[in-house]
Write a protein that binds this ligand. Structure first.
Ligand code: ARG
Length: 404
């Protein structure tokens, strides 16, 4: 019996080459798998292409609902922004893709999983750690990494095997897309000092497009999850799409990031993440209204840790679940509305409200009818500053030895 290999197949050049290459190299039967996580590609065309190039079977899985509910929503609750900038959109999709590859390998009695990640990126880490966590017995084949295929070699191979080459030479970008964002790499972008050309953007309009000034959008959150836009309840996929649409229209969500990859390389990454940008900002704003100062301080640390774990491929580590437990607890009160106002090229949060708001107007007001007793502050300041005062009095009295 021939060896069976499951291949993560996007329909792009790399994975098309792999499809041919591993059939020949391993004399194997290949099962191709494509997940729909909201990327804008034609799944039927991808299926046809896979079959034409010799795939034994092809799976096309619509994972948009699961991806938004089980991956994007937790990222919103964790305000996930790697290095304060990148909403981990690609990173979120990898564990889901890997999990489906494993399921299909198991149900088809395949012994190996192949992917087209290079040896220089984060995706290899995310996919392989997830596979190993679920099914360590499966062999992992990463030809692009193992055999160090160069771009030129790939193109030559594709020509020889009649594989259509989708990228035109004048736009040599590597693009990854899902509901939560679009990543653009390579070409002129590799020079961090070069301004990204307008043509790399697809989801966001440049800021000088003619737009209505002063458009408002209100995002309603229920238990940390966005539930409706302008009072209209929407399913997660629909809501994220609508948010991408409106924020993208105003040119919001373009991210230019000098990013530290896990494997130690600094790279210049461009993203378009309109929905992620406004939803996370709105979510953070609501937390500021609802959580205590102490909760906020602790959660900020947890959020950073969560984003790092997910970016660095550890979706399956128990620590992520532990952090989720804390995060979910804080989201039990995270209900309310955040109101945004858009203008050309930007937006501002202009209002927020929640039944769980900790904002107490009678404490905060400068009017005479405040319930806050200002005389208490005098004693408080003395005690709060006591250690600092004591230290400074001492330092003035004795001379501290200076270290050179
Ligand atoms: N630097 C981003 C990340 O590691 C984007 C990666 C895009 N991946 C791709 N195969 N084009 O999440």
């Amino acid at each position: 019996m021939k060896k069976k290999i499951v291949l993560a197949y996007s329909g792009g050049l790399d994975t098309s080459i792999l499809l041919k290459w591993i059939q020949e190299k391993y004399n194997a039967e290949i099962i191709t798998v494509t997940l729909d996580v909201g990327q804008q590609s034609n799944l039927l065309e991808i299926e046809e292409k896979a079959k034409k190039m010799g795939a034994l079977k092809h799976y096309s899985l619509d994972m948009k609902k699961k991806f938004s509910e089980d991956y994007i929503f937790p990222a919103i609750k964790a305000n996930a922004l790697y290095q304060g900038k990148y909403p981990v959109s690609t990173a979120l999709s990898r564990p889901l893709i890997a999990e489906k590859l494993v399921e299909i390998a198991q149900s088809n009695k395949a012994t190996a999983i192949a992917h087209g990640c290079t040896g220089k990126g984060n995706d290899q880490v995310r996919i392989e750690i997830t596979i190993r966590s679920l099914a360590p017995e499966l062999e992992i084949i990463a030809p692009v990494r193992e055999w160090r295929m160069t771009r030129d070699y790939e193109i030559e191979f594709a020509k020889k095997h009649d594989i259509p080459i989708p990228v035109q030479p004048e736009k040599p970008y590597s693009i990854d897309e899902n509901l939560w964002g679009r990543s653009i790499e390579c070409g002129v972008l590799e020079n961090p000092n070069v301004e990204p050309p307008e043509h790399i953007f697809n989801w966001t309009r440049s800021s000088n497009a003619s737009l209505n000034e002063n458009e408002y959008l209100s995002i309603n959150f229920e238990f940390g999850e966005p539930e409706s836009l302008d009072g209209k309840r929407m399913k997660p996929v629909e809501l994220i799409r609508a948010a991408n649409e409106i924020a993208g229209k105003y040119g919001i969500g373009r991210i230019d990031h000098i990013e530290d990859r896990l494997i130690g390389i600094k790279s210049r990454e461009m993203y378009e993440c309109p929905a992620a940008t406004i939803i996370i900002e709105a979510h953070k704003d609501l937390e500021q209204l609802v959580l205590t100062k102490h909760e906020l301080m602790f959660k900020q640390q947890v959020d950073i840790l969560w984003g790092n774990l997910v970016y660095n491929g550890l979706w399956k580590d128990p620590l992520k679940n532990d952090l989720d437990a804390f995060i979910n607890k804080t989201q039990e009160r995270l209900c309310g509305d955040v109101r945004l106002k858009f203008f050309k090229g930007g937006y501002r949060i202009v209002g927020r409200s929640s039944p769980y708001s900790l904002y107490d107007a009678s404490l905060a007001t400068y009017n005479m009818d405040t319930t806050f007793d200002q005389t208490l502050s005098a004693g408080f300041i003395q005690l709060w500053g006591l250690p600092t005062q004591v230290a400074n009095v001492l330092l003035k009295r004795i001379k501290v030895k200076e270290h050179v």
